[in-house]
Design a protein around this ligand. Structure first.
Ligand SMILES: [Zn+2]
Length: 320
């Protein structure tokens, strides 16, 4: 099995080692919190002008969804070291890719939350989905039920008996949901990077439980789909179809066809407000890979995320 690098004490030294060793092929961006640092590592041949390159952003906002982190770390090894984390030579045409593309990875946008996870991988053997979700979102101190999912909350007003690992503590008392609040390390990095480089595509790597569903992977299209410019929709649809097709050829994969994010109410409002501008800048799609279910073991979770990364890199490289 490929080494599973998802906890900050394992990802951080590796990212810093790559940034230092491959200074001609990497840019490092950081957001420093009190006890943790979130990293974005951009790989490209820096001796060639960035303007002409096709650009892609890959990010993992959620601490309870570690397979995207494992996949980003493995692909970064292939692109920079020329071999995966187990030492197998890469099949990627990496010199051509580094010359013609600029690829930014945010392998773990919430190391503070991730460091509070009770396990490194959710394989479905130890926790029911209800127990898993009480780790993900926390436990309400008053009711003993799963804590609410909001963009931010304050420890001055709330007393959860367990703090969900999805939340990122950004100061003494404030916790934010990375994918839903601009104060998160995730949005701070994404905004900084998207202001610097006009990305051609952005893939947000997520996981969900697929409870009572025969499927274990799918691409989600933006909630604002009907209002997006036609070229962005056409690009996103073809890209999503390519990934879904590649999943269909993998052992153990049961891909659902791509679908528009179906949120309503407050959750929809978060996405429309916080993501609206970004969705109009470039095609943005989301992976959802099954989490916490024996049907999709951790190594398969990683492989499914990695296939989405690989297809995305190959597509953009071929168009460069
Ligand atoms: Zn997620």
């Amino acid at each position: 099995m490929i080494p599973w690098l998802v906890q900050p004490h394992r990802t951080e030294p590796k990212i810093l080692e790559w940034a230092e060793r491959y200074s001609e092929r990497a840019y490092l961006d950081i957001v420093r919190l009190r006890n943790h640092t979130a990293y974005a590592l951009t790989v490209t041949d820096r001796s060639r002008p960035d303007e002409a390159k096709k650009k892609s952003l890959f990010a993992v906002p959620h601490a309870h969804e570690p397979a995207g982190t494992a996949a980003c770390m493995n692909i970064l090894g292939e692109l920079l070291d020329g071999c995966d984390l187990a030492g197998n030579p890469t099949a990627l045409d990496r010199e051509a890719m580094l010359a013609s593309t600029l690829l930014t990875f945010i392998p773990d946008a919430n190391p503070e939350g991730r460091s509070r996870a009770p396990v490194e991988m959710w394989d479905g053997s130890r926790f029911t989905n209800d127990e898993f979700l009480k780790y993900a979102f926390g436990i309400d101190g008053a009711t003993g039920e799963r804590f609410k999912r909001v963009d931010r909350w304050s420890a001055r007003e709330e007393r959860p008996s367990r703090i969900g690992i999805v939340y990122e503590r950004i100061d003494e008392t404030t916790y934010v949901e990375p994918n839903r609040d601009w104060g998160s390390s995730f949005f701070r990095l994404a905004h900084r990077l998207m202001d610097r480089w006009p990305y051609d595509q952005f893939i947000d790597l997520h996981q969900t439980e697929f409870e009572n569903s025969p499927y274990n992977c799918m691409i989600i299209l933006p909630v604002s789909w009907r209002t997006l410019p036609e070229p962005i929709c056409a690009y996103s649809r073809a890209w999503a179809d390519d990934i879904t097709r590649a999943w269909g050829e993998m052992d153990g994969a049961s891909p659902h066809q791509p679908e528009v994010l179906g949120y309503t109410g407050q959750q929809r409002a978060y996405f429309e407000e916080r993501w609206g501008r970004l969705h109009s800048l470039c095609p943005i799609i989301t992976t959802e890979i099954q989490n916490n279910n024996p049907r999709t073991p951790p190594d398969l979770q990683r492989q499914l995320q990695e296939t989405a990364l690989r297809i995305s890199i190959e597509r953009i490289s071929a168009s460069a």
